[in-house]
Design a protein around this ligand. Structure first.
Ligand code: ATP
Length: 266
């Protein structure tokens, strides 16, 4: 029997309600198996973040129409009320964003937010949650985790906050992590560390990862399959080796040609 995919998106359409009818996403379809990484690439404005927001149930349905099916472990998410979706976000779907500062409230310490998140999704006592948080921060190689717990988000670098978010995911072990440009704002060393931790999340927890990146090097390193988006639709969808070795769509070929290569003339 075929195992149910962790994520199955079918015929996802997103449009704007006001003004001229505009389709922002046109029949997007994605499948993601357990412990697999699906990369999404495409030019700016092609609909990558919109796809992630739709899966997270974060689109504003007062201004947008959302049609189609989004299933997590076989369960339809588009029918669920807001409260049920909020429970799923965090526990079953984790999120790592380009600007991790937005994921934290500036007025509370990193530790109190970590502990609060763990307690929202588990039955841990405050002391148990704190202990787990410190251990998890240690495991993502953040130095002096006790001190980090007492810091406010603005007192940590982007790379450190990114790793705090991964540490939270390592505790909650979500089935799916949506990582939207997780390394774009980081220097090369931090980028490598964050990718390593994402890899760990996949191998240790069996988490599936939807990875949005404009960096084809990151996609080549991490993804099993790749969806190429352009103007709100997927123009090519293939295994990572097939896509890089034998791109079928003109636009994919253009993207691949545009990537920087050492020793080649522009
Ligand atoms: N809230 C919104 N209201 C109106 N249009 C929107 C909204 N959010 C996104 N769009 C439009 O939808 C399209 C897709 O945007 P999206 O943010 O998904 O692109 P992207 O591929 O993630 O780009 P980038 O790589 O620059 O982040 C764009 O044309 C954008 O202007």
């Amino acid at each position: 029997m075929r195992e149910t995919n962790v994520l199955e998106v079918r015929g996802l359409r997103v449009g704007l309600k006001a003004g001229e009818p505009a389709e922002l996403l046109q029949s997007v379809g994605l499948s993601l198996g357990r412990g697999r990484v699906l990369g999404i690439v495409g030019e700016s404005g092609s609909g990558k973040s919109l796809t992630c927001s739709a899966i997270l149930g974060l689109l504003d349905t007062r201004s947008m129409t959302v049609e189609g099916s989004i299933r997590l472990n076989g369960r339809e998410l588009t029918d669920l009320p807001g409260r049920a979706l909020r429970r799923i976000r965090g526990k079953e779907i984790g999120c790592i964003m380009q600007n991790p500062m937005n994921a934290f409230t500036p007025v509370y310490t990193v530790g109190s937010q970590f502990v609060e998140t763990l307690r929202t999704h588990s039955r841990l006592s405050k002391a148990q949650a704190r202990e787990q948080a410190v251990r998890s921060l240690e495991s993502v190689n953040l130095p002096e985790p006790d001190k980090i717990m007492k810091r406010y988000p603005h007192q940590l670098s982007g790379g450190m906050l990114q790793r705090v978010m991964i540490a939270i995911c390592l505790c909650l072990r979500p089935d799916l992590v949506i990582a939207d440009e997780p390394t774009t704002a980081l220097d090369a060393v931090n980028q490598l560390q964050v990718l390593r931790e994402l890899e760990r999340l996949k191998t240790e927890c069996g988490t599936s990862v939807l990875l949005v990146s404009h960096d084809l090097g990151v996609i080549a390193q991490m993804a099993d399959e790749v969806a190429v988006m352009r103007k709100g639709e997927i123009v090519e969808y293939a295994g990572v080796h097939e896509l890089f070795d034998d791109p079928k769509h003109e636009y994919t070929r253009m993207l691949l040609q545009a990537r920087p290569r050492i020793g080649k003339e522009a």
